[in-house]
Write a protein that binds this ligand. Structure first.
Ligand code: ZN
Length: 161
C-alpha cells in the first residue's frame, strides 16, 4: 500500500539542521502517525512521503519555505500571563505552546517575563532552518472514517483524546 491522501502513515524520523540532530521520534519510543493530506505535516516532508511504502528508508532535505517558514525579524508579541498554561514555570529561552485566535496553537519562545505579561517570539523554533529528515516508514494503512472526520490519526503515535 502506497502513501497517499487519506492514508495513515507511521514513521520514525530523525531531524537535523546544519548544527546536528534536533529531534528524533526514537526518543519517544514510538513512531509518529499522521493522516496524510490533513495539513498536520510540514509540506516538504509530506511530499517526500507520497508514493512510498512500509519498510522504505530515505533522507530528504527541506528548505525553510517547505518546513517552518522563514524567520521574521521583530516577530514578537506581549501576551497576558493568563493565556499561558503554567506561566510560573516559564523562563526566558524556553519554548511553549500558545493558543491563538481562530483555534490554532503556535509554538513560541519566551523572551522576557513581566509581572502580568510575557514577551514571546512568535517564530517557530525551527523557522529559517534547512532541515534534513532521515525517515523510516513503519506502517501505511487506510484511515478510518472517524480519523478522516477528525482530521488526524488515532492510535499509537497519533492523537490521544
Ligand atoms: Zn480524533
Amino acid at each position: 500500500m502506497k502513501i497517499e491522501a487519506s492514508k495513515v502513515a507511521s514513521f520514525h524520523y530523525i531531524v537535523s539542521d546544519a548544527r546536528g540532530p534536533v529531534e528524533s521520534s526514537h526518543d519517544r519510543g514510538e513512531p509518529l502517525a499522521f493522516l496524510i493530506g490533513s495539513g498536520g505535516l510540514i509540506p516538504g516532508l509530506e511530499k517526500a512521503l507520497m508514493g512510498r511504502e512500509r519498510g522504505e528508508r530515505f533522507e530528504v532535505t527541506v528548505e525553510p519555505a517547505e518546513a517552518y517558514g522563514e524567520r521574521r525579524e521583530n516577530f514578537t508579541q506581549r501576551v497576558p500571563k493568563k493565556y499561558f498554561q503554567q506561566p510560573e514555570k516559564l523562563r526566558p529561552g524556553m519554548t511553549t505552546v500558545l493558543s491563538v485566535s481562530g483555534g490554532g496553537r503556535r509554538q513560541v519562545t519566551v523572551l522576557k517575563i513581566g509581572s502580568s505579561v510575557i514577551d514571546v517570539d512568535l517564530n517557530h523554533p525551527l523557522a529559517g532552518r534547512t532541515l534534513k529528515f532521515d525517515v523510516e516508514i513503519v506502517d501505511v494503512r487506510d484511515a478510518t472514517p472517524e480519523e478522516i472526520a477528525h482530521g488526524h490519526a488515532h492510535g499509537v503515535g497519533g492523537h490521544g483524546h
